[in-house]
Ligand binder design. Sequence first.
Ligand code: PLP
Length: 228
Amino acid sequence: MTDIKENLKQIRGVITQRAAAAGRDPAEITLVAVTKTVSPELVNEALAAGVTDLGENRVQEAVKKSAAVNRGFHWHLIGHLQTNKVKPAINLFELIHSVDSLKLVETIDEEAGETGKIQNILIEVNISGEDSKYGCLPGQTLELIKFASTKSNVQVAGLMTIAPFADDEDQIRGVFRGLRELKEKVAAAQLPKVEMKHLSMGMSHDFGIAIEEGATILRIGTAIFGKR
Ligand SMILES: *Cc1c(COP(=O)(O)O)cnc(C)c1O
């Protein structure tokens, strides 16, 4: 067994176990294999081992990799998106996790309209409030989603966040819980066309906690492919 196959097996085991412990159905949790800096050969190994979803941080890297890896998976954009990269992003990604401004929503709506696509998006929220992080602030989230709900070529499907890189489990849990509570708040507003279905949260070092706090999409790189 290659490392990748073995790593995936272990991760799937942890997902099943932590979901069960939290009274959740593991089938409602999607594993996105994060492929930044990973070679197409290794990405193909992961696909052969049953990975269905891939995540990239950069549009350009995903464009290149697309040409070199086997078909039949769902692409996720998980990194910051500049407005001048929106067009290729729409051509490639099924779900854009990193939408955090009115300007970006507007640009995505325009470009998706031209492409004839309805683009699924998540709103990235900076729950921890760290300066170094992208994402809108929790207090701006509802307003941003209201704005998106008026656009015919974008579909809001939930929220995304990145926890602080910390050893303090309570701190990480607090961030994930904050995102879940925000999702519930937005869902209660019952905005037209807005489906608060996804919580994209949890990475290699904290996905177990994320599962307990309601994650539906895990973004995992290092634990699958090794250190970058
Ligand atoms: C790199 C990255 C991940 C994966 O991180 P690992 O610690 O390697 O699992 C997840 N989400 C985002 C936004 C990332 O940039």
